[in-house]
Design a protein around this ligand. Sequence first.
Ligand SMILES: *Cc1c(COP(=O)(O)O)cnc(C)c1O
Length: 434
Amino acid sequence: MNYLSTRKNGTNNEEKVSFKEAVINGLTKNSGLYFPETIPSLPSSFFENIENLEDNQIAFEVLKPFVKESLNEQQLKQIIKETLNFSIPVVQVENNIFSLELYHGATQAFKDVGARFMSRCLSYFYSKNENNQNVTILVATSGDTGSAVANGFFDVKGINVKILFPKGKVSPYQEFQMTTLGKNIQAIEVEGTFDDCQKLVKEAFNDTELREKITLSSANSINVARLLPQMLYYFLAYKQLKIQDVLGNKKLVVSVPSGNLGNISAGLIAKKIGLPIERFIAAHNANDTFYNYLQTGKYEQKASILTYSNAMDVGNPSNFERIEYLYNKDLEATKKDISAFTVDDISTIKEITNCYEKNNYLLDPHGAVGKLALHQSLKENEIGLFLETAHPQKFSEIIQKAIPNYESEKVDLSNAKKLFIKNSYDELVEIILK
Ligand SMILES: *Cc1c(COP(=O)(O)O)cnc(C)c1O
């Protein structure tokens, strides 16, 4: 499998790289994102028989065509085993609505899967690195990426991690998970928004002078090694829905709480592979850039708005390019597979309260956005699945607004270590080169 850039710059000089190169480079030479050259399909027998396969087997079959030139079967199996090391249950919440709980991993958010997969790919790729140079992973986070990456790479030899997060815009729990590991993990607090952090990271990747001095690699959802394993959620969910025997003749609709659109992009690729998902819902908070695109056909990036579902506070979703690429900029084709909803903070809180009182099911703010979007759109002949992307206890202050007697976990930041920079590229470079 080759990987191409989502940005075309003349047909003759298109960059074409292996999985390994795509993972190491992060971004393409023309600042686009890597995308698989073809999406291989799996035979219908695979889906008919999926409930009889082990999770690891499913993962192996799905991922193999995407990585086989860069990882041998043994390596891929080992990576999968270490990646899928926690349960991902499908839980019925109400009639026809199910929750896919992606938060049972180390940092209690779905990004654990991508982070673990990527860190292990990189450690294979860099163990053969002749000049034995340390690799610097540079990542911007609106909250959950940072903790998942920090945890996924913690104590991995030869890899230094620098995490940029916006000051005052991540939860204490998220900050705790990023700033208390130490060793090869360094947290950098930035005076600015998530988009500022992301811009600083992009600037570093485009800085050829810097990249001559150090080996830089990304770990954001833009990296294909983060993106591709996220397809697995959808396959594993489908398997469980079949085991629970709830699909019948109904069509499956999946609602994805979305920020950078990485998770939903992976779902769309899964659908292309042949997974029987009728349609997707991109569930957004007040950050409505993609929602507006589907309404108007115009993509207009915005400054990010702070909301209760802060891991989705993204005004310029980086994976939009991949969706555009996948659908060849055909708006009508895109709208056939994806609809979008936006949910405001007040409705998010109400949904957490209602769902708890009615169904005795505790949602986190992101899952609440996903469930509400699903609720507004589900038809008679459909079964709905929303992704529960984080554990509610990561957002206990917000849960308490909805459920006042909810017990919050205390966070002890006394051992936290972080650096602080203004929204300044020069300050960042200084830290990176230190
Ligand atoms: C990252 C994240 C999202 C958004 O996922 P994208 O792939 O960026 O669209 C949603 N919920 C939680 C809890 C997250 O951490």
